[in-house]
Structure formats: C-alpha cells, structure tokens
Design a binder for this molecule. Structure first.
Ligand code: NI
Length: 272
C-alpha cells in the first residue's frame, strides 16, 4: 500500500533471469502478456490510455453467473515490478480449464508510466492507489488511472464479487506481509493461506507496526484506507487482500512469491 516515506521518483531496476529482461522492460512485458491473453482465450478490454499506454482489463472468455468471480490486480506502483511479472508467471501456469471453475479477471499493470521508469507514482506524480474512497485529506483525489478504474466501477465490482487480490511490494523491506479482509473478527483460512504462500519464498515480517498499521504475524487485518482494494471490499467484495513482497529480496524470488500468492488466492475459491 502506501506511505509518504517512499520517494515517488526514485528509480528502481532489477534483472529477471526467469524472463531474461529488466524489471522495467515494458515492451517485453506487453509482448508476453498479449501471448498469454491469446493462449488462454481471455477477452481484452482497454479501460483507457495514459500517455498512449493502454490500461488493460483481462476478462474471462465467457462469464458464468454460477461461478465465483475474483479479480487479481497489480502494478499500481511503478517500482513494485514483481507484481506485474508475477501476473505473467501466474498466467503461464494456467490453462483454459480455470474458466470452468471461476470467473477470473486480471488487471495486470495499472501504472505503465511508472513501471517503465521504475518509479512509484505515475508520470504526473500521482499515486494510483489512492483516492478511491473519501479520506480526511480531500487533496488526495484519484490519479488518472484511478479515474479510469472508478469510471468502470460496476465492471470491477462485479469481477471482484467473491474476492479481490492486489499485489504490491515494499521496496524498503526485506520481509513479506499481507493486508487481508474477511467478514469475521480474526484472520481465517483465507488470510493464513495467502501468508503461507508468500512465506514459502520470503521471510515474514516480525514488526508489530508497518505504515502505522498493527501487524500480527505478518497480517494486517481489515484495515480500511482509500486504496483500490479497500474500495472494492467496501463495495461488496467478500474477501480481499493486498500482498507485499520485499524490494530488498531477490527479484525472481519476488516474482515466484507473487505468482504463488495468486495461485493460492484462486485456490481458496475453487476448493469451496
Ligand atoms: Ni504499493
């Protein structure tokens, strides 16, 4: 999620052995993404453009109202590159069979202008993960990406009816943690499963507070701010999560952890 302590224009770049390119290689990312969209028969919907870059929503080939509907999103913050690459890795593990089990929608890369430069905010200096819900500070409105997503609110709310997962990173940290939302008092199997997918690859945060939020064993539970995920949970998503992988860890390990948390997320809906 967010803090003000992370520099909006500090540039980060890592090399991926898995994808044989740098973390900010938008051209390679786009090519591989379109190949996966084609292979899986997903339907590509462009929600708008930012500086010529399409904001893409990948929808299931044919939605079935009887199946759970879940949304996975990533790439809100440009320097948190293992999320979008994790989406690609996750997609490459799927077959079309998945769409007979759930309505899976993907928002693979929200902030392309930040991603290509390896910096947090978009090219206008806006934070693409803020302003979805009113907050105390009215100066924090939605970014250009946020406005496009809000304009498609109904589609996104339908796509995330059963669950929303958003994948972030924390460049300052060496440990992983997860924000989760469940309609209960304490974290349940949904939260524990996601955390355990992450900690298979990365050490868990032992801190008791991160970004001013209380953390219990790597989980920040039912914390509402003006983020994309909090907005969707407020609007009816039954379960929600925001994973955080550490920017100080090996880049490919972070990609694998992101892919694993996405796999765990969907498995918590198909096994029900
Ligand atoms: Ni973030």
């Amino acid at each position: 999620m967010i803090t003000n302590s992370r520099a909006p224009y500090e540039s980060f770049c890592w090399h991926s052995e898995i994808f044989a390119c740098d973390s900010n290689d938008l051209q390679q990312f786009d090519e591989l993404l379109l190949q996966e969209v084609e292979r899986l028969g997903m339907s590509l919907r462009v929600l708008g453009h930012v500086d010529g870059h399409p904001l893409r929503l990948l929808q299931p080939p044919a939605a079935d109202a009887q199946l759970p509907s879940v949304l996975i999103s990533s790439g809100f913050h440009g320097e948190e590159a293992a999320g979008p690459w994790g989406v690609l890795h996750f997609m490459s593990s799927l077959t079309e069979e998945i769409f007979s089990q759930l309505n899976l929608t993907l928002l693979p890369l929200v902030n392309a202008t930040g991603f290509s430069k390896g910096h947090r905010f978009n090219m206008y200096g806006e934070n693409p993960n803020r302003g979805y819900l009113p907050v105390a500070d009215p100066s924090i409105g939605p970014s250009v990406e946020g406005k496009l997503l809000l304009a498609h609110g109904q589609i996104l709310q339908g796509a995330s009816r059963d669950g929303i997962l958003t994948c972030h990173e924390d460049v300052l940290l060496q440990h992983t943690y997860v924000y989760t939302f469940e309609p209960r008092q304490q974290p349940g199997a949904f939260s524990e499963g996601l955390l355990s997918a992450l900690t298979h690859y990365l050490p868990v945060a032992e801190a008791s507070r991160i970004d001013d939020c209380p953390v219990q064993d790597g989980i920040i539970f039912n914390h509402f701010d003006s983020s994309f995920e909090a907005w969707l949970v407020r609007n009816g998503a039954r379960n929600g999560a925001c994973s955080e992988t550490p920017g100080q860890a090996n880049f490919d390990q972070r990609i694998l952890a992101n892919s694993a948390v996405m796999t765990q997320f969907i498995s918590s809906f198909v096994s029900r």
